[in-house]
Ligand binder design. Sequence first.
Ligand SMILES: Cc1cc2nc3c(=O)[nH]c(=O)nc-3n(C[C@H](O)[C@H](O)[C@H](O)COP(=O)(O)O)c2cc1C
Length: 180
Amino acid sequence: MTKRKIDFPDYGKEIMEVLKEGRALLVAQGKDGKPNPMTIAWGSIMYAWNKPIFVVLVRDSRYTYKLLEESESFTVNFFDRTYNKAMGFCGSKSGRDFDKFKETGLTPGESKAVVTPIIEEAFLNIECKIVMKSEMNPTLVDPEIVKAHYQTDVPERTYHTLYFGEIIDMYGDFSENLTK
Ligand SMILES: Cc1cc2nc3c(=O)[nH]c(=O)nc-3n(C[C@H](O)[C@H](O)[C@H](O)COP(=O)(O)O)c2cc1C
């Protein structure tokens, strides 16, 4: 696999399709310097403040939330379907209980421009610097969405914090139609 630089907004459609399918891992790294991958499906590539941005939504109950609160960056890493088992593991087990890199055999690699590592096996890596974050205000959310996704009496169903990451570098290999 030969990854080359991807210019925003190239492959925007493919990126959204793979994300929606739950084939992306958000890597966060806190003060202890141990990276943790978490499966994500919600988020977007977007443009704001004259910058290319990747926004992720992280529930406050996730270990990833704690790590992001200690960090200034994150990476988003996209996979073909052969990695679906790893996506399942990283989307159901917590970094509080498991070393998810060790358990899945995935390899953290040095990022080019941010402290948080990328994942080598991904066909696309996005390196982001956190430039804004936003807590959801329950009073401003459609009650139907609150009902469907947020139950404050269930500890798992806390609200999301949105982290807006400036895309500092993005590189990948789309040559093998990996999005199919
Ligand atoms: C397909 C899929 C998509 C997911 N998308 C998100 C997401 O966008 N945001 C989020 O907070 N959790 C999402 N999750 C749940 C987390 O991945 C899951 O709770 C994970 O175990 C949290 O790991 P952590 O405690 O190590 O952070 C998703 C899970 C799956 C299986």
